[in-house]
Design a protein around this ligand. Sequence first.
Ligand code: PEP
Ligand code: MN
Length: 450
Amino acid sequence: MPSPTNLESVTEITWPDLPAAQQPEWPDAAALAKAQEILRGLPPLVFAGECDDLTIKLGQAALGKAFVLQGGDCAETFAANTADSIRARLKTILQMAIVLTYGASLPVVKIGRIAGQYGKPRSAGMETIDDVSLPSYRGDAVNGLEFTPESRIPDPMRLVQTYHASASTLNLVRAFTQGGYADLRQVHSWNQDFVSESAPGKRYEEVAGDIERAIAFMTACGADPEEFRRADVYASHEALLLDYEKPMTRIDSRSGKLYDVSGHFVWVGERTRELDGAHIDFVSKINNPIGVKLGPKSTPEIVLALMDQLNPGKIPGRLTFITRMGAGTIRDVLPGIIKTVQETDHPVVWMCDPMHGNTKEAASGHKTRLFDDVLDEVKGFFEVHRALGTHPGGIHIELTGDDVTECLGGVGGVAEADLPFRYETACDPRLNRVQSLDLAFQVADMLRAR
Ligand code: PEP
Ligand code: MN
């Protein structure tokens, strides 16, 4: 376990007044101040020592010695914050991680988009349905998904609710992953229900059988490593709502450094990464491992400036670039970005988000993604890295543990006509568990051939 550390509540961290994109317009300043005061007084959700451990593990991915799997909801919701839903997401992540670890013989760093992913940037400030226009849904941390004027009013007490929902999720994640559920001897049990009958589920059974035999062999030889008994699954979310992240930022009494204790890893999204904006300034000051999304319009100049600003100490694992270019664009844009980084001695983790550049609208109006586009962007990511001799360090996936019908295709063959059956996301379409497992097998094959 990581070393414990003291994290003091600090009310007096001053932040410069910089432009911040995508922030809610809270109608009541006094209510916001009250919510922030409550947040400042609440205990940390994560420890600085855990964040440092994750930086070290991500550093291995920056150096080509590990692979990162980051996955979870586009938008968590308070309503779906149930034991069943959390366990199903964890099962998906654990099964994918097993497939990747076994297939590629590389350590897999596991990070959930979980326990804090409650704020969403939106391309339009207003949403119109049947001639009625209301403020867009900005995540459960801000307003309600229900399309009514009352529900769409930003309510700062939702920030406090976000903290409590995240605390209960993280508590269960820690219990599951440290308390026996993630024990490698359980590999078979993660493959129950609908997934076990699918082609990737059957392929998984074979892997699980191999692992079980290997463990039996090791046990017979007298080896019983502690690492087999638990898994480290870290919590991450987009550092979007600065009215939440700032009161959750504390000074670590050990080192005197700032840590955002709302999650282990936080990233800055494509819509908020202005070099002179408040989000980049915020993550430049915290010592958590951080990510920045890079879309198809990213330039070498932007990438150089981000590295200098965010990782001047050139610490491996501190900075992850999460590229999300789109399947049709990645092979053209990514090489220039990688070459720019190669000309410096900056260590970065290269992660591929094959979701956000591949969103389409189905004829029914559902926002969807084709499994084949997702797969093709990952393939392009591996091809480019292979050609340039750099390490494809990880994947960043929107997924769920349930049998939803949100993304099209894959072995389960979700068809356009299936979209309405289980379209449950509060924001972007997610891979279901069969599609996620299918993707993991294909990525494991790519890693092996690297
Ligand atoms: C997201 O990760 O949910 C997201 C909004 O991504 P991006 O900033 O890359 O669009
Ligand atoms: Mn999303």
